[in-house]
Every structure is written in structure tokens, then in C-alpha cells.
Write a protein that binds this ligand. Structure first.
Ligand SMILES: [Zn+2]
Length: 112
């Protein structure tokens, strides 16, 4: 995106029309959190749970806001059942302004 090695390398391009590889980008973000380069600010579910929830088709959009501890900016990762994944910068105030909607009960979609 711009000038941050931690953020810029998180997005793994997808194949064809898909802007981002959902599995690889999610894994890259999880890696950055586990190594202390990013912090999960707020999400519908933890990063590890985004794909199982997406695959359940029970929730239309699943988003996560991350704090990059390298550049101190906020990153948005959004998955959508019938749309392309979105990885972009976000304004910090967007976390509170986001229209958070209810997440279906975990036992309906979680892998474990
Ligand atoms: Zn960054």
C-alpha cells in the first residue's frame, strides 16, 4: 500500500480477478499479530475464525481492524460472501463508526 514493510507485505495478491488471496492474506495478518508487529483492534471474530465463518455463509461480511505497530496506522481486512475481499487503510475512528452486526453462535460455524 504505502511505505510500511509490515502492512505492505500483508496483502497476498489473489489469482485472476480476486484482488487478495483470502487464506494467505489472513495467515499473513495472523503471523504479524503473533510476532507482535500488529494488534487486533476489533473484529467480528478473531482473525483465525474469519474464514470458517465466511465459509459457513451465515454472515454476509466479516471484518477485522488491525493496528500496525510498525507505522501506527489502522488496517482493515474485510471478507464478503458474495464479493471481493478488501484490504485497505482505515481511519482509527472507523472502528467505532462501523455498523457491527451480530455474529451467529460459534457452534454453528466453528471448525473446532
Ligand atoms: Zn504498517
Amino acid at each position: 500500500m504505502d511505505d510500511c514493510k509490515t502492512c505492505d507485505s500483508a496483502g497476498v495478491p489473489g489469482i485472476g480477478a480476486l484482488p487478495w488471496d483470502i487464506d494467505a492474506t489472513t495467515a499473513a495478518l495472523i503471523d504479524r499479530v503473533s510476532t507482535g508487529r500488529m494488534r487486533e483492534l476489533r473484529g467480528d471474530v478473531p482473525l483465525e475464525d474469519m474464514i470458517p465463518l465466511l465459509e459457513s455463509d451465515l454472515k454476509y461480511t466479516i471484518v477485522s481492524f488491525m493496528d500496525c505497530l510498525d507505522c501506527e496506522r489502522v488496517l482493515f481486512w474485510g471478507l464478503c460472501v458474495r464479493g471481493n475481499p478488501i484490504l485497505r487503510r482505515a481511519d482509527r475512528t472507523e472502528v467505532d463508526r462501523w455498523q457491527w452486526s451480530e455474529v451467529p453462535a460459534r457452534e454453528r460455524w466453528a471448525r473446532s
